[in-house]
Design a protein around this ligand. Structure first.
Ligand SMILES: *Cc1c(COP(=O)(O)O)cnc(C)c1O
Length: 407
């Protein structure tokens, strides 16, 4: 079973033994660090953020880890995006420029606030938003740009921040997959006005669910704190609410687990990086398998996903879905077809229709390169990258075996 629950019960591609039968490293990872901190919370009786110190300690440590001044924890990355956008002043009728090759939350966060997502196509080398195409999408209604650091690779923040500065726009980094990632030597998150991260179950550090907004901006941080705590003010009374907020507070259970996960992340990052670099070298030799490129300005990649472009013509015209099923059958179940681009999403079309009318659906920007990625790209999950050299070799062997059988 993969993380997404897909399973196949079939013979290996040549009808014989699968390439491997051993499992890849399990996810999530926890040890006595999580256990000790969870028991501390249990016995303290302080189970909520406002009585305990695990969430606030984690928020400060994680923000520092990302090179940001402040962090406000929330229950998940989706809420972090919605809160971050609202704190940046995004509201009804505003336009938010983003990518269609992303998880739905990037875009649903804007729509939840009554704002309109405007899609810009990707750079096919990285599958990140193409910064050179952003300026052309700016209108008098544009309020913010939300670049996504897809797979853990920072988007072109030089290009995006330059456009934002030129047009007076805010930048919210969707860094949901980019813990520890660096753009030209600086950790992501607070390179834009603010950044959001996710600690959902599949992510490289997790409490099952969780999220955070980080920023260097004092006022933005205070506003996020207030928004996540039903509009309270820091030194105010319990029933003093100055603005309408949400209860977006994280539990101390999640804070405890995340403190331990943050300690482990720096131990895991070089393992994933070494696996990715090995695969970059070896997979480049397989015709029809092309790992995405890493921008030279990316000085640290978070390696959440290892994305590959699959060319069916080099695999006897077997569709990507068949290739994935064959990989499962070969004992490599840590692979996925990835996103359906959001310009094609019925949920996004419905929301656009309801908020902005039928013309907004008919006029949705075409993003042919994101559509192509939606058809060609597949991902290897981060937990597989925690495997050893033999595990990586078996991924390559499985691909070669499938290609030989189908050629
Ligand atoms: C995971 C993810 C989110 C949403 O985070 P949740 O914690 O699942 O709500 C948003 N954007 C991207 C790019 C993600 O990968």
């Amino acid at each position: 079973m993969g993380i997404q629950g897909m399973r196949t019960d079939r013979l290996a591609v040549d009808g014989g033994q699968p390439t491997r039968t051993a499992p890849f490293p399990a996810w999530p990872v926890a040890d006595e660090r999580e256990e000790r901190l969870l028991l501390e919370v249990l016995h303290s009786g302080k189970w909520g953020e406002l009585s305990g110190d695990k969430v606030t300690t984690f928020a400060a440590r994680f923000a520092a880890f990302q090179g940001a001044k402040y962090g406000v924890c929330v229950p998940n990355g989706t809420m972090a995006l919605e809160m971050g956008l609202r704190a940046l002043g995004v509201g009804p009728g505003d336009e938010v420029i983003t990518t269609s090759y992303t998880f739905i939350a990037t875009v649903s966060a804007a729509l939840s606030l009554g704002a309109k997502p405007v899609f810009v196509d990707i750079d096919p080398r990285t599958c990140n938003i193409d910064a050179e195409k952003v300026a052309a999408a700016v209108t008098p209604r544009t309020k913010a740009i939300v670049p996504v650091h897809f797979g853990g690779q920072p988007a072109d923040l030089d290009g995006i921040v330059a456009v934002a500065q030129r047009h007076g726009l805010r930048v919210l980094e969707d860094a949901a997959q980019a813990w520890g990632a660096e753009w030209r030597g600086r950790r992501v998150g607070a390179i834009g006005d603010a950044g959001t991260f996710s600690f959902q179950m599949s992510k490289n550090m997790t409490a099952g669910e969780g999220g955070i907004v980080v920023t260097d901006d004092d006022a933005l941080n205070d506003l996020c704190w207030s928004l996540h705590n039903v509009g309270r003010v820091r030194e105010g009374a319990w029933y003093q609410h100055e603005i309408l907020g949400w209860n977006f507070r994280m539990t101390e259970w999640a804070g405890a687990v995340l403190l331990a996960q943050l300690e482990r992340l720096p131990e895991q990052m070089p393992v994933r990086e070494a696996s990715a670099q090995y695969l970059d070298g070896v997979l480049a030799e397989i015709p029809g398998i092309s790992p995405l490129e890493t921008d030279r300005r990316v000085t640290r990649h978070a390696r959440h996903l290892y994305p590959i472009r699959y060319d069916a013509t080099r695999f006897g015209n077997h569709a990507r879905a068949e290739f994935i099923a064959a990989m499962y059958a070969e004992g490599v179940p840590c692979i996925s077809a990835g996103y359906v681009p959001l310009t094609q999403s019925p949920a996004i079309h419905r929301a656009l229709h309801d908020l902005f009318g039928p013309d907004s659906v008919a006029g949705i920007a075409q993003c042919p390169l994101a559509d192509e990625a939606g058809e060609q790209v597949l991902w290897i999950y981060q937990n597989a990258l925690l495997g050893d050299r033999e595990d990586m070799e078996s991924i390559v062997t499985a691909m070669e075996k499938i290609q030989a059988a189908w050629r």
